[in-house]
Design a protein around this ligand. Structure first.
Ligand SMILES: CC(C)(COP(=O)(O)OP(=O)(O)OC[C@H]1O[C@@H](n2cnc3c(N)ncnc32)[C@H](O)[C@@H]1OP(=O)(O)O)[C@@H](O)C(=O)NCCC(=O)NCCS
Length: 135
């Protein structure tokens, strides 16, 4: 199992399959993808989990975090997110945040993120902004 930086195009198949399979592929492309850093976790050379990081003025947002359905619940997402957290700490980033699907908030709490008061709904999915400050 290894984590490598990948291109945004390489993230698209997993983003699409896992997050928005009923939408066209364009739907999972982000307008600022080219400004992001994209990471993939490979298991036996197969891309299995992806995450995209956008840094703005010492604050990092992660987006489009997804693990192939058949490989969820095996610890891959946790491993990838923890690796990202340690990279961000090394880079002296002050804060990590995300628009979390409300159904996934327990997962993020395990990784040190906390609820903010900002909740919203998009495409019938409930979200809350979660964040973690680093010292
Ligand atoms: C969110 C997501 C990326 C997590 O990836 P993952 O590879 O499944 O993550 P993990 O396997 O590390 O953790 C998933 C769960 O399995 C549990 N788990 C991890 N390793 C485990 C193991 N060896 N045995 C049993 N359970 C385990 C974790 O504790 C976690 O539980 P929780 O969801 O109740 O907190 C994945 O669920 C996903 O792609 N979801 C769909 C897309 C999505 O919702 N993305 C996030 C938008 S905010």
């Amino acid at each position: 199992m290894i984590i490598k930086q990948i291109t945004s195009s390489e993230t698209l198949i997993i983003r699409h399959k896992v997050m928005w399979p009923t939408k066209p592929m364009d739907f999972v492309m982000l307008p600022n993808d080219e400004n992001g850093k994209h990471y993939g976790l490979f298991v036996n050379d197969k891309l299995t989990s992806v995450i995209s990081i956008f840094i703005d003025d010492n604050i990092a947002q992660f987006r489009k975090f997804a693990t192939l359905k058949e490989h969820q619940g095996k610890g891959y997402g946790s491993f990838l997110l923890e690796e990202i957290i340690s990279l961000l700490k090394q880079e002296k980033i002050n804060k990590l945040w995300c628009n979390a699907r409300v159904e996934k908030t327990n997962f993020y709490i395990k990784h040190g993120l906390k609820y903010t008061n900002t909740f919203f709904k998009k495409e019938d999915i409930e979200y809350v902004i979660m964040e973690r400050h680093f010292n």
